[in-house]
Design a protein around this ligand. Structure first.
Ligand code: F0G
Length: 452
């Protein structure tokens, strides 16, 4: 199979297979539900030819770096730039790209003081074109949807997947169908899928109900499923880790911490880390830890109560609506990456999430509530001595602050928790102040603020 124009010696003839994560059965094609025809478990994409390819690590790192100064869209995309480790497309024009990826790594000096972790960073996936990490997976999966000849793509979502899917479908000339739980996702996210032209259905159920229905739909109608059950999504999301290692000059941090919802992203990042070590691009694995909201803690309970053997579904409830998921589809993949990297799994309360979000905001960065579980979780992992103060830690911030303004406004106005229940949060609150339009009033406010 031919590769793209900027070829990489040694890996230019890559191809992929689907492998069942349950029974190991491999196939060249997958059914629309992306489940194994033998045992019904999820599929992952593998690259059996890597072993023969004898990748030259130094050379491929150079090629990835070199593509940054190219002018072609696939080189400027922070996902397709790493196409040597992705399923191959035959022509560059086939890629549906919004120049996703290329997200910044920020130091977090104030959160560093709060946690005692001296080298603390945030990889901000909220800086993607539609404001969340979903774009990195969507560019790959939408591309393969169009290459397979689909006119319709569809997803169930807590809001970010749908925003991203709708955008990439629009860019690629496809129609999109969105299934979201009515009243349980942020209006900002919903507004994106409306603007990008999706048929947006607010279903009277939760996310898990939407996903179940979607899986029935794709067996009956010619629509291509773009949830993270689709392994092409995870291949794209995988590039976060490649980009991060490049930003760290291929010296892996000790810990990477991600939020856990449907558990696709943690699975993708973990897969990337294992692949990078197999390919000789890094010499050791960072520990990948997953943090959930207490009210949506299916993975935490699955590990605690069954040792990871059987999924414990929970009725999910959290104001971090992006991760309001009780029956995570990729739980087995996530457990596998926790084991492979030696990572931990934690849960955090609503108050801890709100506090951490305000602390990240105070760095001048901001993120959506689901992303803030990473900082809240880090505090717990430090307390457990799982993370040591002299280790390097990267928090993956999955969504932009502007994704959920209601949460932020309720927090700062003091409308979020019962009165007096959280006095410790008051120093973090910056409510808007309504004043007469007089110089005097503004001067007085300035003075009060100076002395507070
Ligand atoms: N953070 C944000 C901002 C998310 O939108 C999601 C998931 C997650 C974290 C969790 O990632 O599901 O891969 O474990 N959002 C999905 C959606 C479910 O529909 O937008 P995960």
């Amino acid at each position: 199979m031919s590769s793209l124009s900027t070829s990489t010696p040694g890996v230019s003839y890559l191809n992929y297979q689907f492998r069942c994560i349950g029974c190991g059965h491999t196939t060249e094609t997958a059914a629309q539900d992306f489940r194994c025809a033998n045992c019904g478990d999820l599929l992952e994409i593998t690259y059996p030819y890597w072993k023969e390819a004898k990748l030259d690590g130094a050379q491929v790192k150079f090629v990835w770096q070199d593509r940054k100064i190219s002018t072609s869209a696939v080189d400027l995309s922070g996902v397709w730039r790493f196409r040597d480790v992705l399923p191959v497309i035959e022509r560059e024009e086939q890629a549906i790209t919004l120049l996703e990826g290329n997200t910044p790594v920020y130091e977090l000096p104030r959160c560093s003081i709060i946690t005692g972790v001296t080298r603390l960073f945030a990889k901000h996936q909220g800086m993607n074109p539609t404001g969340s990490f979903k774009d990195t997976g969507m560019t790959v999966a939408a591309t393969f949807a169009r290459m397979s000849g689909f006119r319709w793509v569809a997803c169930a979502s807590t809001g970010n997947t749908s925003a991203s899917m709708a955008a990439y479908a629009a860019r690629g000339g496809m129609r999109s169908l969105v299934l979201v739980p009515e009243g349980k996702i942020s209006w900002s996210k919903l507004s994106q899928s409306l603007d990008y032209g999706a048929v947006t259905c607010q279903l009277r159920t939760d996310f898990d109900g939407c996903l179940k229905l979607l899986q029935e739909l794709v067996r009956k109608a010619p629509v291509y499923q773009l949830n993270s059950i689709n392994p092409f999504r995870l291949e794209g999301q995988k590039t976060l880790a490649f980009e991060l290692m490049e930003q760290f000059e291929w010296q892996p941090p000790d810990h990477i911490i991600v939020p856990g919802g449907n558990l696709g992203n943690s699975s993708a990042i973990g897969k990337a880390l294992v692949e990078m070590r197999e390919l000789g691009l890094i010499s050791r694995l960072p520990k990948l830890s997953i943090i959930q909201a207490e009210g949506a803690n299916a993975l935490v309970r699955t590990l605690r109560e069954t040792g990871g053997k059987q999924l414990i579904s929970v009725p999910a409830e959290t104001r971090a609506t992006a991760i309001r998921i009780g029956n995570p589809a990729s739980w087995k993949k996530a457990i596998h990456v926790l084991e492979a990297t030696g990572g931990a799994c934690e849960q955090v309360s609503e108050v801890e999430i709100a506090q951490a979000k305000a602390e990240i905001g105070a760095e001048g960065i901001g993120c959506e509530p689901a992303s803030a579980v990473t900082l809240a979780g880090l505090k717990k992992l430090v307390k457990r001595k799982f993370v040591k103060p002299d280790e390097t830690v990267v928090l993956v911030l999955t969504g932009n602050l502007l994704k959920d303004p209601d949460f932020t406004i309720d927090f700062h106005r003091g409308d979020m928790f019962a009165d007096n229940a959280t006095p410790g949060l008051n120093p973090l609150r910056h409510p808007p102040i309504v004043l007469d339009a007089s110089l005097d009033a503004v001067m007085r406010t300035l003075e009060q603020a100076e002395h507070s």
